[in-house]
Design a binder for this molecule. Sequence first.
Ligand code: SF4
Length: 360
Amino acid sequence: MWAMIRGVPHGLVYVRLWREADRPLIFGGKKMRTGSKNPLSDCTLCPRECHVDRLAGQRGYCGQTAQIVAARAALHYWEEPCISGRAGSGAVFFCGCPLRCSFCQNRDIAAGRAGREVGAERLTEIFLHLQQQGANNINLVTATHFVPLLVPALEAAKDRGLRIPVVYNTSSYEKVSTLRMLDGLVDIYLPDLKYVSSALSGLLSNAPDYFETAQEALAEMVRQTGKPLFLSPEGKRLDAEQMNEACCREEGDLADADFLMQKGVIVRHLALPGQGEDSRRVLRYLHRTYGNRIYISLMNQYTPMPGAALKLPELGRKLTQEEYEALTGYAIALGVENGFLQEGDTVGESFIPDFDGTGL
Ligand code: SF4
């Protein structure tokens, strides 16, 4: 269960720890620049820079060609309360991943062992159908390697009446040039900040450049969205401070899930067993760099997957309550006011939906 911190000195409970700009359309649809090279023909979309011709069927590190593949499109209730709300987030889980962490909880779809092909036109219909089902937003999960294909699908959906916010859910192993394709199309970024240590990111994600890459990506995300903005049940637009006040005032009647994020960045950090020092570096970096311009979501749901301990023995166990409480206390001591924490035992596979092609 998620809880929230509301700018109070204690009680870090799922602490709730926006700009339109000219978006350089690089691929797809009527707005592709004349003479522009299709980025999938020599793919450098992400920091792996594989230089493979995905249009010709070649696969790079992410494992995907120029055909969108997804595993599920359905209402999802396990994101932060201002994302899932009461009606759920319209999550589309894409297959393949440019990062491929050794402890991945979605490894079947990350490795491309599940999923089905979805054309751009069908993807537009899926977005609109999720909106019809009452989704609070469209939540694009691990879509980095499909971004040039998503742009025309999102544009078409917006032309046909998509009005709910678009959420981009990412590992942050992203190039700024790729994120700029989304400028003006994405309203909310939901990025991870997994590590500061390059040794750790090298060992567990084969990406010693993770932190320096993620730093630039996060800065671009915050530039695009600006400060967090929420929608109240009465339809009022509230900034973070106003939302915190409204939540407190109406306590008992309204819950965090009644205030839906419309713009902003929520940075997630999954605390790993035995890696408290690096988690503290992550929290320190985020708070000192962005303060209350972002929300921080501190997650305790690490679940040991088969083989997880091969690279780091501590990854064979769960995060202890003591480890998590030490981190939440550290966040409070730093002065984090806008954030989310997880309460109770969130470990297990209940957060992992069936990747059975539902909704595709
Ligand atoms: S998106 Fe895939 S093919 Fe392209 S550079 Fe990244 S990992 Fe390589």
